[in-house]
Ligand binder design. Structure first.
Ligand code: NAD
Ligand code: MG
Length: 299
């Protein structure tokens, strides 16, 4: 099967509204409970040694976009460390098996990144396990769609969204920074929500807009050290996050409002992360956000 077939497969996976069968999970969600199980490029991604010998830490690497990135990175020649929540052990082991099948090393790092101590420990274990780090993919994220307005916004929800999406990104990046040398790169995961926010995700959208700002500002700071900082802004992608945080009705229409008329699969996002990490292809690319949105503008 050739690499471009993933989009044909992805289109065939959606219903006539561009989304999926009504379904729901509780956070953080599991891959095997999804109907259909997402396509992470397992049967399609072909590597070309673009990341040969590199060592990458991918937060939220057990499932969804993080799993697709781990598979692609391994097939491009990188060893990977995967951070995830302890209850996601089964998903993490499945991802590790794909990495090892590609002949690369996978280091598994369970831990809840909502405290500084865990972020620092995860980074230390990634550095020890891989012998250093060249690429950091800040990908762990949390959202919860709300039907009530701001008057009903709960502090514990706000705390979880901001701690996971912003604090953890700052803590992990700060701990990784001393380990990165010239040629290294950081890739943040933002969202179409930074550009076209939904009122149901007031808090989440604000964190993603914050990550865009963090990306360009950190790129300015780390550029003189030869370190590039970029972001990927996905649109609607079929991952456990969606049935775990959106209503069953939303899942049925998920992605149908994009110009391409459907949700994307995680395997359709991985290429952007490969490009941004690849020293030969993206050596002069920094402070940019690559949209993978099914046609929604990210400017
Ligand atoms: P996912 O659920 O597969 O991945 C998110 C991962 O974040 C989880 O697997 C989990 O391991 C990790 N995580 C969450 N809370 C954590 C915590 N407290 N500590 C440690 N890890 C934690 O879903 P995904 O859609 O692949 O999400 C990956 C990223 O993509 C997220 O940042 C998300 O906001 C972003 N994103 C997703 C979409 C989409 O439509 N799926 C769209 C735009 C942006
Ligand atoms: Mg997961």
């Amino acid at each position: 099967m050739t690499q471009d077939n993933i989009s044909t497969r992805a289109a065939a996976m959606t219903n006539d509204q561009g989304g999926f069968e009504a379904q729901q999970q509780t956070p953080p969600g599991s891959t095997t409970a999804m109907q259909p199980v997402p396509d992470h490029g397992e049967q399609t991604y072909v590597g070309h040694d673009r990341l040969a010998g590199l060592r990458a830490l991918i937060t939220g690497g057990d499932s969804g976009i993080g799993r697709a990135v781990a598979i692609a990175y391994a097939r491009e020649g990188a060893d990977v460390a995967l951070s995830y929540l302890p209850e996601e052990q089964a998903d993490a082991e499945d991802t590790a098996a794909w990495v090892e099948k590609a002949g690369r090393k996978a280091v598994l790092l369970p831990g809840d990144l909502r405290t500084k101590e865990v972020c620092e420990q995860v980074v230390k274990d990634a550095v020890d396990g891989l012998g250093g780090l060249d690429v950091l993919v800040n990908n762990a994220g949390y959202q919860m769609a709300r039907t009530e307005g701001i008057d009903e916004l709960r502090d514990d929800d706000l705390d979880r969204v901001f701690k996971t999406n912003l604090y953890a990104t700052f803590w992990v990046t700060r701990a990784v920074s001393p380990h990165l040398g010239s040629g290294a790169s950081i890739i943040n995961t933002t969202s179409i929500q930074a550009y076209e926010p939904s009122t149901t995700m007031l808090d989440y959208a604000a964190t993603k807009a914050g990550l865009n700002n963090f990306t360009v500002n950190l790129a300015a700071e780390l550029g003189p050290r030869g370190i590039r900082v970029n972001a990927v802004a996905p649109g609607p992608i079929w991952t456990p996050l969606q049935p775990a945080t959106q209503s069953a009705e939303k899942v049925e229409q998920f992605g149908g409002d994009t110009p391409l008329g459907r949700a994307g699969q995680p395997g359709e996002v991985a290429g952007a992360y490969v490009f941004l990490a690849a020293p030969a292809e993206a050596g002069y690319v920094s402070a940019t956000v690559v949209g993978v949105t099914g046609g929604k503008p990210v400017f």
